[in-house]
Write a protein that binds this ligand. Sequence first.
Ligand code: HSE
Length: 401
Amino acid sequence: MVKVGIIGYGTVGSGVFEVLDVNKESIAEKSGEEIQVKRICDLREFPGDKAEKLITHDFNDILKDSEISVVVETMGGTKPAYDFVKASIEAGKSVCTSNKELVATYGAGLIKLAKQHNVNFLFEASVGGGIPVIRPLNHALTAEKVVEIKGILNGTTNFILTKMSREGSDYATVLKEAQDMGYAEKNPTADVEGFDTCRKIAILTSLAYGKQVDYNDIQTEGITKITKEDMDYAKALDASIKLIGESKIEDGSVYARVAPALIGREQPLYSVHDVFNAIFIKGNMVDDVMFYGRGAGKLPTASAVVADIVDAVKNKDRHITTIWEEDKLKLGDIRQYKQRFFVRVPESDKQDAKNSFSECEEVKTEKVKGEFAFITAPMSENEFDDVVKGLNVINRIIVNF
Ligand code: HSE
C-alpha cells in the first residue's frame, strides 16, 4: 500500500482525491499497489467532505510521516509551495504537482534535487491540464529534435475568444460572462494578459531544448486589445483569433512568444474552441503531432496528477530521467523574427499606409466602416514599428497562416 499526502485541497487537490477514490481498483492494478491518501494539508476545514478526517493544518504531519512516500502539491504559487516541495524531496518523497508557476520557475533545480535523492519530481498537469504532453515530450518523442511548439495553452482566454467570435460581443462583455460562469477568475490578469500561457510555453520549451527558459525573457501579449471588429475581419479572412504560445528553433536560435494570432481555417488550431487546449509539436523526423483536450478543470487536471502518482509508484527507488538543466537558454530576439501582420488604420491613413508598406493586401468586411485594413509582407516587429511611425494604428495582429 502506497500512502500519499496532498498539499492544497482546492479544485485540483480535491479532484486528485476523487480520481483516486473513483478509479481505485484500476489504478491499483496499473500501479501494482493500492494507493491511499493519508493526510491532506490545507488551512481550511472541510466539514462533511469525504476527506474531512484527513485534513491537517500542519505540513509537518505529511513531511515527518515516513509512511507517506508521494506528496501531491496542488496549492499553486511559489510561496510556500517551493519550500514544501523541496523539503518533501529532501525527505525522500516523490512529488507530483500541477503548479505551472513552480515548475516554470524552479523545474530544473527540483529535477536535479529529485535525482540526488533518487525520487521523482513529476508535473504532467502543469501544462495542458488533462492533456498528456509532458510525458510524450520526455518519452515518446525522444528520437526527435523539436523544431517547433505551438499551442492554445489557456482555457479561459480560448473560451473568451470563442464566445467573442460566435456572438459578435465585445471583450469586456464576454469577460464578465466568463467570470459569472466561473471560467475566468475575479482577477483575470494572469490569464488574459498571457502570463499563464507564458509559463506553460516556458516549461515546454525548457523540456524541448533541455535548458532553463526564463519566462521573463518571453515577449508576452494578452487578449485585452482584441475587439469585436478584429473578429469581423478574422471571419472575412476565414480565420480565427487565438492566443498562441509558441517557440521554434531557426539557425540555431530558439525564439519564443505569446501573442494573439490569426489562424487560418486549414490549420488544426483553428477548430480548437471554448476551454479546450491543443498543443502542436513539430519534430525533425516525425513532423507534426498534436495533443488536444481539456486544458483545465478539476477532474481532467487531477487525472494527469494521478497518472504521475502511478508513475512515481511504479518507479519507486528509481529516478525517471528528465533532461532539463539549470543552464539558461538564451532566446533569440523575437523582435527580429519575420512574420506578416494584419493592420487596421483609419480610412484617412489609407494612402499613407500604401506608401509606407511595400505590400498591403487589403482585407474588407461589410461590418466595419471608416477603416483601411491590410496584411503586410513578412517583416520583423522592429521593421514594422519603423514603418508604422506616423500612421494611426487601431490594432495589429500577427498572421499565423
Ligand atoms: N487558468 C488556466 C486556464 C487554468 O484557463 O487554462 C489551467 O492552467
